[in-house]
Design a protein around this ligand. Structure first.
Ligand code: FMN
Length: 153
């Protein structure tokens, strides 16, 4: 099982973070609470998912694997699609390297790896490429997400 499959297995199907949450609004179905989450928790998750989906800033969530084959994209929001031209079905399961090209600065990417391996936050920018091949300056703020058990320790 690869990283992406492992991530998908952790998701409770009805709260998959995708646009269906936004489309369904904030009401909970019996199906949601059948998965052992309280109605309040489901409402809260839907609220957060809606906010992330509709944020003006591009949001990308990847698996944590920094070694080859590297992180795989598990979520992109609408702003990511506006910025890059890649929709969710085109981006999810692929590596963020799809955005790289000739002018992408490898030294920044190496620093990103080192900072993230140290468990730190990474800020940086370099040239990336949209789906149509045009260049843009991509500025990142990347933060590791730990599972709730670790974060609460
Ligand atoms: C959360 C996250 C987001 C990333 N987003 C981008 C991105 O938008 N553009 C990019 O060029 N690389 C991005 N990367 C970096 C690549 O996925 C990869 O880690 C980087 O190229 C270094 O790995 P490599 O030496 O195997 O290429 C991201 C990495 C992570 C962990």
């Amino acid at each position: 099982m690869n990283d992406l499959d492992a991530y998908r297995r952790q998701l409770v199907p009805p709260i998959n973070i995708d646009e269906s949450i936004v489309a369904r609004g904030n009401s909970c179905s019996e199906n949601d609470s059948a998965h052992g989450l309280s109605v309040e928790m489901i409402e809260h998750l839907k609220l957060l998912a809606t906010a992330v989906c509709c944020a003006d800033d591009s949001v990308v969530i990847t698996t944590a694997n920094l070694e080859f084959p590297g992180p795989a994209i598990v979520f992109v929001n609408k702003a990511f699609t506006r910025m890059t031209g890649y929709g969710p079905t085109e981006a999810i399961g692929r590596t963020p390297r799809i955005l790289q090209g000739e002018k992408t600065d490898r030294t920044i990417l190496e620093r990103m790896k080192l900072d993230l391996k140290d468990g730190g936050v990474f800020y940086g920018q370099t040239i990336n490429y949209r789906k149509d091949g045009s260049e843009f300056v991509n500025e990142w703020h990347i933060e590791p997400i730990y599972n709730i058990t670790i974060a609460n320790r």
